[in-house]
Design a protein around this ligand. Structure first.
Ligand code: SAJ
Length: 422
């Protein structure tokens, strides 16, 4: 039986560990977080994720904080975070630290794979020199590749075994050995690309593609709002075109540890080879402007009611960066709350996935205590808010940051409504 060591037991590493165990590998899970390790050894998921909670129950994973255990592995897969700093600069410390931690314990014949999202060139220019401090030669004594993670947290359909993968190694043999591993655990296709650089670039491109498309529709929403055009209706119309159009949706901002982060890895690295990704940067600026734009909508609407934001009783519904998850990384809601606190609003914050960060225990309580509502996250519970409920709770204004409520019914009941582009 072959052994796989997975470094980093989060949204990405844990599904991979569960799947590898299910497919008959001996699985060593390595993480610096002792609490996480002990939960996993009790078959308890440290993350509120249905796929992991379900699969970890019967997964044989030996979790440890000991990096030396990689010595027992045939495959070493690194799935650690690659965040950005406050100044939107890449933070490679997790990747570098994990690479340094395994280096003293490598052995000949191993296949080492980086799944974390990084700029093209990281695997061969940053990881390889560190790993070769072991005295082993990459491509000769061990294989080294990149296989970008593609986990979509909360997605019930596209689970890890179903998602096609892209694999690129520093040598053709590295690519082959790595593809063999992924083909042995997932049902979907595994595409071998020219090198680790193309594999790293594929991930950055696919997520930058999403970011620029969201920025595009955010800009259209701002324009159509001024023109009195309902952008959702326009998207519906454009979506009837069976080819060459792909719907994205405007909102109060782009959060998460992928889309709002990944483009910066390329923007920053491209400068080292003298290229200025002005379009990617513009898209980032547009998306980063949406929280403030949403707060401006709120203050304009309050002013139109003869009210001020200062002292306004506002229910902020949602903290998570996207619906039905408990992840607040880069969440636009946090910036919206910051801005409203600066304006001295009286906020009642509620997110069903984040009770410890909420001011109240239920949506009903939040509505009882507020005069106005700002929706920041498209949680299922918020999508189901009825116009009649808002009326009963005497809500006077709704700012729908995710365009999820029944605008016409709300307006018919005499409640002011403003969405993003509608
Ligand atoms: N968002 C919009 N408008 C859209 C889509 C998203 O404003 O049309 C916002 C969301 O509210 C959220 C942010 O963008 O704040 C990111 O949303 P996301 O749906 O892209 O969710 P993520 O960040 O979990 O992205 C993951 C990514 N998966 C990987 O990186 C492996 C991304 O590539 C997927 O496209 C995405 O899931 C998905 O499709 O759900």
């Amino acid at each position: 039986m072959k052994t796989v060591a997975i470094i980093g037991l989060g949204y990405v590493g844990l599904p991979l560990a569960c799947l590898s165990a299910k497919k008959g590998y001996e699985v060593i899970g390595i993480d610096i977080d002792k609490e996480k390790v002990s939960k996993i050894n009790k078959n308890i998921s440290p993350i509120d994720d249905d796929y992991i909670k379900e699969n970890i129950k019967k997964a044989k994973i030996r979790a440890t904080t000991e990096f030396s255990d990689v010595n027992k592995a045939d495959y070493i897969i690194i799935c650690v975070p690659t965040p950005v700093t406050k100044k939107h600069l890449p933070d490679m410390s997790f990747v570098e630290n994990a690479t340094k931690a395994i280096t003293p314990h490598l052995k000949k014949g191993q296949t080492i794979v980086l799944e974390s999202t990084v700029h093209p060139g990281t695997t061969n220019e940053i990881m390889q020199p560190i790993l070769e401090k072991s005295g082993l030669i990459a491509g000769k004594d061990f294989y080294l590749s990149h296989c970008p993670e593609r986990i979509d947290p909360g997605n019930k359909k596209w689970v890890v075994e179903k998602i096609p993968r892209v694999v690129g190694g520093i040598t053709p043999e590295s690519t082959k050995k790595t593809a063999e591993f992924y083909k042995s655990i997932i049902e979907a296709d595994v595409l071998e690309v020219k090198s680790s650089k193309e594999a790293e670039a594929a991930k950055i491109m696919e997520n930058s593609f999403r970011d620029i498309n969201i920025a595009f529709i955010n800009e259209m929403a701002k324009s159509f709002d001024k023109a009195g055009i309902d952008v959702l209706d326009v998207i519906k119309g454009a979506s009837t075109k069976p080819f060459a159009f792909m719907a994205h949706y405007p909102g109060c901002g782009v959060g998460g540890h992928c889309i709002s982060v990944d483009p910066y890895y390329l923007i920053d690295n491209a400068k080292t080879y003298g290229f200025d990704h002005e379009f990617l940067l513009l898209a980032r600026k547009i998306n980063n402007s949406m929280p403030e734009y949403t707060v401006e909508l709120l203050s304009d609407q309050l002013n139109a009611l003869g009210k001020s934001v200062k002292g306004a009783k506002i229910a902020v519904l949602g903290l998570a960066y996207k619906g039905n998850v408990d992840d607040i990384r880069e969440s636009p809601a946090l910036e919206i709350i910051e801005l409203l606190k600066k304006k001295k609003s009286d906020l009642i914050i509620y997110d069903p996935y984040l009770p410890d960060m909420s001011d109240v225990k239920s949506l009903s309580e939040a509505l009882d205590m507020s005069d106005y509502v700002l929706i920041a996250t498209d949680h299922k519970e918020f999508r189901e808010i009825k116009a009649e409920t808002l009326k009963e709770k005497n809500i006077k204004l709704v700012i729908d940051g995710r365009n999820i409520l029944e605008k016409d019914k709300i307006v018919e009941l005499g409640i002011k409504y403003k969405g993003i582009g509608r």
